[in-house]
Design a protein around this ligand. Structure first.
Ligand SMILES: Cc1cc2nc3c(=O)[nH]c(=O)nc-3n(C[C@H](O)[C@H](O)[C@H](O)COP(=O)(O)OP(=O)(O)OC[C@H]3O[C@@H](n4cnc5c(N)ncnc54)[C@H](O)[C@@H]3O)c2cc1C
Length: 462
């Protein structure tokens, strides 16, 4: 390719998903840096258009209906009505701006960030190629290229035209029979959303339970809720072959000899970093692998190269990518203390099914594995007076995990209706390492569901 232009910036960011946007904006706004951000698809990334935002839009109507059905006086007004499909899909389209990113551009533009449209490739130290243009960075290059759905090597899978998160979050027609491969966060969220819109849904999970990384009760309680809504759940079985007939019908064969039929197959078995066409080999890294970084988000031996968000494989969640972005930007701006302290499986995380699963820090198992003298305090999430009014009678367990050697909270998991925001109070207690003897003075209002904290402290003997 002939080079027609060379432009120089202080920092070049590859990928304008949530992580890249935050890093670019902070460097320009706080540090006055001349920043270019390169985006080959939509400014806003996977999160805004094909992941977090549309999935939450699809889940919210059934969540509101489920809660309404628990409230006498409101329940009767529903008179058995379900989600209105056309309106729910229209709201989803509004949330993703019909896949138009023009609403997302001003945030960057108003901070003076230059948006370069096109696919970026690294081209050696502090150099990035975008088509015929060469961009040079005076200070740093930040890779924020995100991730794509992992497609497992199952015979026949490609021929069955499987869906990944992109098709399932933007579908404009409700599949009659939806087969979901994978019982993690994406699988259970999409199973519940599309079931509420009318699909017959089956989840196939190779492990023994759904939501394998969470407390065991989380997967059990979400599974029970899905089953009560008519979702079929097959755990402990693996897909061995996929076949698609001329009329589009999909047959999924399983290793126990049985098979499942459907019209669409969603593959939700994990993510892969977008590093295959990124030119990482020009700087000595291996394509297809995560860009490994230390706690300052830098690549070892390359002080000019940073990787943030899904592409580094550390914690594949939007808020964690944005957190990493702030740390990376602060490092570039000269803050030698900036580093990430929360990471990986201990990151705050929410699964937006009904019931929600909101978790932060350790599970009991991970705390014990880490060698902590961990003790779990469990209670029904609906065991407070506040639950007479919100989430009335709904099943769900709450677990607080305490490090008994230090008397501080190290983890919490809340399963229940609309508990997404419950995780944050626990995160504050964990990150602040607040002594439980101090927490007794953090009085929870009556009758709010936060009285779970009072129950926890009393059960711990305080
Ligand atoms: C269905 C689903 C639901 C989810 N729900 C949630 C949720 O509720 N909460 C949550 O925290 N997380 C959720 N996630 C995870 C979340 O989507 C990701 O963690 C987040 O999008 C990662 O942000 P990122 O900026 O690292 O990458 P991305 O959002 O993937 O953005 C990367 C950007 O880089 C661009 N790019 C890539 N390569 C190049 C290149 N070579 N040149 C130029 N541009 C390039 C891409 O086009 C893309 O726009 C969900 C994921 C899925 C699949």
């Amino acid at each position: 390719v002939t080079l027609v232009a060379v432009r120089t910036f202080d920092v070049i960011v590859i990928g304008a998903g949530p992580a890249g946007e935050v890093a670019a904006g902070r460097l320009a706004e706080r540090g006055g840096r001349d920043v270019a951000i390169v985006e080959r698809e939509l400014v806003g990334g996977e999160c805004s258009f094909y992941a977090c935002m549309p999935s939450k839009a699809l889940l919210r109507p059934q969540e509101v209906l489920a809660e309404t059905a628990r409230v006498p006086g409101a329940a009767e007004a529903l008179a058995g009505h379900g989600v209105v499909v056309a309106a729910a899909l229209a709201r989803r389209d509004e949330v993703i701006h019909e896949l138009d990113d023009s609403g997302q551009v001003p945030w960057l533009a108003s901070r003076g960030v230059t948006i370069v449209r096109g696919a970026a490739r690294l081209d050696g130290e502090r150099r990035v190629r975008v088509g015929e243009e060469l961009l040079e960075a005076r200070e740093a290059v930040i890779v924020a290229a995100g991730s794509t759905a992992f497609m497992p090597p199952i015979p026949g899978l490609t021929g069955a035209e499987p869906w990944c998160n992109r098709e399932i979050t933007t579908a404009s027609e409700v599949p009659r029979g939806l087969l979901v491969l994978g019982g993690g966060a994406v699988g259970v969220e999409m199973a519940q959303a599309w079931r509420s819109l009318g699909s017959e849904v089956t989840i196939v999970e190779g492990g023994e339970r759904l939501l394998a990384r969470e407390e065991p009760f989380a997967g059990e309680e979400v599974g029970a809720s899905l089953a009560s809504r008519g979702v079929e759940i097959r755990t402990g079985v693996t897909a061995t072959r996929v076949a698609r007939s001329a009329d589009g019908a999909i047959e999924l064969r399983l290793d126990d000899g049985s098979s499942l039929a459907g019209d669409r197959l969603l593959v939700a078995v994990g993510r892969r970093p977008r590093t295959t066409e990124l030119g990482v080999e020009t700087v000595g890294l291996e394509p297809g692998r995560p860009v490994e970084v230390d706690d300052t988000l830098r690549v070892a031996g390359k002080p000019w190269l940073y990787a943030i968000g899904d592409v580094n494989g550390r914690a594949q969640l939007t808020h964690m990518g944005k957190y990493q972005a702030r740390v990376a930007a602060d490092r570039i701006l000269g803050d030698e203390h900036a580093r990430i302290e929360v990471d990986g499986l201990r990151s705050p995380r929410v699964i937006f099914t009904d019931p929600n699963v909101a978790a932060t820090g350790h599970t009991l198992a991970s705390a014990l594995d880490a060698g902590l003298a961990a003790r779990a305090i469990d209670m029904p999430t609906s065991s407070t007076a506040g639950s007479s009014f919100v989430g009335r009678g709904a099943p769900g367990t709450t677990r607080f995990v305490v490090d008994t050697a230090r008397d501080v909270l190290v983890g919490a998991t809340f399963v229940g209706p609309e508990v997404a925001d419950f995780a944050q109070a626990a995160t504050v207690a964990i990150v602040g390492e607040v002594a439980l003897s101090r927490l007794v003075h953090a009085v929870a209002p009556f009758p709010a569901r936060s009285e779970l904290w009072l129950k926890f402290l009393e059960a711990y003997g305080l």
